[in-house]
Design a binder for this molecule. Structure first.
Ligand SMILES: [Zn+2]
Length: 158
């Protein structure tokens, strides 16, 4: 593996990352997001672009910290990089393959992001929940929760 190549493909350039951040280059968006989920190096660059452009209403991407997963009685709690969100996966007690997934905002972001639109996907790009943040969270039922690739998630916020 040379420096240009990576499991998730070629590293995007800074201008490509910036373009998707501000809502341009929609054609490359999916492949770049997919790359960011698996490439900590590019994610770090992307996050620093985000910091430089706090007012951007394009795209905000959060992926879980690698060591940020806590499990308690079957419930997974996963903190994201930067500490903005917690993803909570609660398997249903009644339906073996169903459950409820919640994306909750950290208290310091609740005012800023109330009403924002959130899309949570798993590592394979499967959309899990999608909706507006109400009272600091989005929570939805998800079927076939056992087939989710829970190793990495990505949250998009607009
Ligand atoms: Zn990369």
């Amino acid at each position: 593996m040379n420096d240009k190549q990576h499991d998730g493909g070629v590293h995007p350039s800074i201008s490509e990352m910036y373009a998707i951040l501000v809502g341009e280059q929609q054609g490359k968006r999916e492949s770049i997001i997919k790359h960011l989920v698996d490439c900590p190096k590019c994610l770090e660059i992307f996050n620093s672009l985000l910091d430089m452009r706090k007012e951007a209403h394009g795209l905000d991407i959060a992926v879980p910290k690698l060591a940020g997963t806590r499990a308690h009685q079957g419930v997974l709690r996963i903190d994201t990089e930067g500490g903005k969100y917690t993803i909570i996966v609660r398997p249903s007690l009644k339906a073996a393959q169903g459950g409820v997934i919640t994306v909750a905002l950290a208290p310091e972001y609740q005012e800023e992001l109330e009403g924002a639109w959130i899309l949570l996907k798993d590592r394979k790009g499967r959309p899990l929940i999608e909706g507006r943040i109400v009272n600091g969270q989005v929570s939805q039922r998800v079927e076939e929760i056992d087939t989710i690739d829970a190793e990495r998630f990505v949250i998009e916020c607009k």
